[in-house]
Every structure is written in structure tokens, then in C-alpha cells.
Design a binder for this molecule. Sequence first.
Ligand code: SF4
Length: 87
Amino acid sequence: MSVGPRTNWRERGACRFEDPELFFPVGEGGLSLLQIEQARAVCRRCPVLHECRAWALRNREYDGVWGGMTAQERRAATVRGLGGRGR
Ligand code: SF4
């Protein structure tokens, strides 16, 4: 994803100095759970968590941890109607 006017929140993300691989576990179970929790810990201290989460939901980003949510959680939120495009 490129950083443009609508995504410049990324420049303030707490993950910008982290290994990007941390946010892309190979699954959502087993050993990946520890990795996911480590990624979430970074997200919890992130000043742009809400912008990031909204972007990922709006853009149907179904890979990796964004805004403290896993892909599975974002899919579920979308199904429940929490990821509408109009936000
Ligand atoms: S919420 Fe998480 S993934 Fe999103 S910018 Fe912040 S640290 Fe990165």
C-alpha cells in the first residue's frame, strides 16, 4: 500500500519501526497466537489504531494484523456490518 493523503496515518503507526513480518502470521492458531499477541501489543500503544482499523475494514484487507484485529476478526466484523465502506 502506498502512503497518500488518505493513508498518511501510517507515518504515525507504532509498527513503523517493527519487523513487518510480525503483523503477518502464517495462521491464526498454534504458534501464530503468540505472534498475533505481540502484534496486538504494538497496536495497543499505537496512536492511529482507530484510523488503521477503519482503513482495513473499509478496504477489506484480509491479510495480517491491522488495527489490533486479525484477518478473521475483520471478516467477522464485516459480516456483522461493522466494516461498511461509507465510513
Ligand atoms: S494499529 Fe497496529 S498495524 Fe495499525 S498502524 Fe498501528 S501498530 Fe500498525
